[in-house]
Design a protein around this ligand. Structure first.
Ligand code: SF4
Length: 243
């Protein structure tokens, strides 16, 4: 069991995406990722220090040297959750499953729900800790975004994750092709038509162009032919300047 790891930041804020949009969470953002997405706006390189919010929601930070211990993280979580009733702990990144042992060590010592935000590829790591996870927010990455086909990894991941509160998410843009989108939808539907899917229009920041309304609706129409519940939900935390 790994008792320390490299974290980027720990803070309390709202979930800005997906099924649990608006819920208050404590976020643990891990360093490292196994993918390189074209639209990635997250700095997941290892840092000398982890930025830890001074109190829940203060948006002011102190620095704790990396690697940070499980005990240290538990103490921060307990302090934050005493200050504000918290829906769940979001393990995010980077790709948090690159730190699966650490997630399990933390999860086993706290009472709050464990929420995993993942790129949905490291299915073996997920299988090792699935009993410790409550909610899985899983991205499906299209080949046009990551430069490779990950659908077999995604299918295995969904098969393992579906025993929990699983929802899937695809970021869509004007570059999304019908062919890759349809393959992603069928990958989900082949496991179960009941799996909840969110289409997240790409956030138009920096040089990224917004997707047209017509394209959003046509992709939702297509997805609804294969899955029962497909909703369009954009990222919200950036609109209101939250972390
Ligand atoms: S999986 Fe997430 S963190 Fe990793 S490169 Fe893609 S968007 Fe960035």
């Amino acid at each position: 069991m790994k008792h320390s790891t490299n974290l980027i930041e720990i803070f309390s804020s709202i979930q800005g995406e997906g099924k649990y949009l608006g819920c208050r969470q404590i976020f643990l953002r891990f360093a490292d990722c196994n993918l390189k997405c074209a639209y990635c706006d997250t700095n997941f390189d290892r840092q000398e220090f982890c930025n830890v919010e001074t109190s829940a929601g203060s948006m002011k930070f102190k620095k704790i040297i990396n690697p940070i211990s499980v005990d240290n993280v538990i103490e921060v979580i307990k302090n934050f959750s005493a200050e504000v009733p918290t829906h769940s702990i979001s393990f995010t990144g980077g790709e948090p499953l690159m730190h699966a042992d650490f997630i399990q060590a933390v999860a086993d010592q706290i009472d709050l729900k464990i929420f995993l935000e993942t790129n949905g590829t490291l299915y073996n790591e997920l299988a090792k800790i699935i009993d410790s996870i409550d909610i899985v927010s899983m991205d499906l990455k299209l080949p046009g975004v990551v430069g490779k086909n990950l659908f077999e990894e995604h299918r295995k991941f969904i098969e393992t994750a579906q025993v929990k509160d699983l929802y899937t998410k695809i970021v869509i843009s004007d570059e999304t092709t019908q062919e890759e989108f349809l393959t992603a939808i069928k990958t989900i539907a082949d496991v179960s038509k009941d799996i909840f899917l969110i289409l997240q229009p790409v956030t138009p920041i920096n040089d990224i162009k917004a997707i047209s309304a017509e394209k959003i609706l046509s992709l939702q129409t297509l997805a609804l032919k294969y899955l029962f519940d497909v909703r369009v939900i954009p990222q919200t935390h950036k609109i209101i300047n939250l972390l």
